[in-house]
Write a protein that binds this ligand. Sequence first.
Ligand SMILES: NC(=O)c1ccc[n+]([C@@H]2O[C@H](COP(=O)([O-])OP(=O)(O)OC[C@H]3O[C@@H](n4cnc5c(N)ncnc54)[C@H](O)[C@@H]3O)[C@@H](O)[C@H]2O)c1
Ligand SMILES: O=C(O)C(=O)C[C@@H](O)[C@H](O)[C@H](O)COP(=O)(O)O
Ligand SMILES: [Zn+2]
Length: 363
Amino acid sequence: MSLVTWQKIDVAAKDPYPVFLGASLEELGEYLHRHYRDIEHILVVSNPVIADIYWERLKQGLMNYRLNLLIVPAGENEKSLDRLSQLTTEALRCGADRKTLVIALGGGVIGDLTGFFASIFMRGVRFIQVPTTLLAQVDSSIGGKVAVNHPAGKNILGAFYPPLAVWTDFSTLETLEWDEVENGLAESIKHAIISDLALFEFFENEQQRIKQRDKTIWREMVTRSSAVKVKIVSEDEHEQGIRGLLNLGHSFGHALETQMNYSGITHGQGVSIGIVAAAHLAHAKGLMSRAEVERARRLLEVFGLPTTIKEQNPQTLLQHMQADKKNQGGRKILILPKGIGQAIVSRECTDQEILSAWQQVIA
Ligand SMILES: NC(=O)c1ccc[n+]([C@@H]2O[C@H](COP(=O)([O-])OP(=O)(O)OC[C@H]3O[C@@H](n4cnc5c(N)ncnc54)[C@H](O)[C@@H]3O)[C@@H](O)[C@H]2O)c1
Ligand SMILES: O=C(O)C(=O)C[C@@H](O)[C@H](O)[C@H](O)COP(=O)(O)O
Ligand SMILES: [Zn+2]
């Protein structure tokens, strides 16, 4: 294996697992053969776009296994109970059993759906994340949150179910459309705002090279941003405390996604608008200066991310926020940035303050 170009970061979860940064799709088979001698059958779940580009490369290393590829249509709406049920039917048809290994080859949608499937199929089978979007590489493949959506709430049915490993091949990002890059940038910038001022400055200073897809800079961006996620989920696997910070912008963003029936807005766009709403709220509470709010907003906009939304009713969005998983006893719990590079979990936001924050991002 070409170990020279690899980097391995371990997630210190209850069941620890490695994140391989700079791995190559072709080499996953060899890794599995070395470490998991009892695997005979592998189910790979992907979508038509991704499979078309990357299936052949991944398959090369998996020739010694009984192998099935299950294709799910692209799109956020596939994170559904119906799709989960259909995957179950197909897995059984392929003769899957408790020793089957499931591989998620794709972005956050495939990762979340496949991971949740693996967590409940025959009460749990092993799975591996092979993230192919920027968002999936820096965020969704790490940390074991797996889920499907419900019309009334985003990720409302799910589990904490860690993968055996995260296998990140940077080269898959070369075929990603810029719109999809933006979604990953929203989560990466979120990582910077909640805990890494130096990473925020990196985004500010390297915006040109990021836009030009400079490979060295992208590698640094994915590595530094993944490291933030690994550190936080290693400290708090099941979101009892500090992991909540990773939800910056999500109370707002998820409300928008739910209101728009998981179409017409991407997760990253919702997070971007949500970060700005949370920043306005933080400013109202004296946690952020006006200049810092502007600095965060500017960075998101530099990369093409939206920071406002048209024609939304703040009251309706506030209602959707009642389904937020962080809420306790009917009280809304929000993540607020504290300047840039730190954030807090706030239990003290009134509905009026939240409505005012919505007003700031509704154009
Ligand atoms: N589990 C978590 O911790 C976590 C974290 C963040 C986001 N998420 C979830 O992730 C989802 C969003 O993920 P996403 O932004 O990756 O979207 P996505 O999975 O829908 O992928 C975006 C698009 O990119 C295409 N694509 C994927 N890889 C490609 C490649 N290498 N080349 C060309 N095209 C490619 C896909 O076909 C898809 O159309 C949301 O459902 C969100 O809730 C989960
Ligand atoms: O890993 C986490 O924890 C996160 O909050 C990361 C988020 O980017 C991600 O969108 C996550 O799925 C949101 O979790 P949820 O519990 O609010 O559904
Ligand atoms: Zn997210």
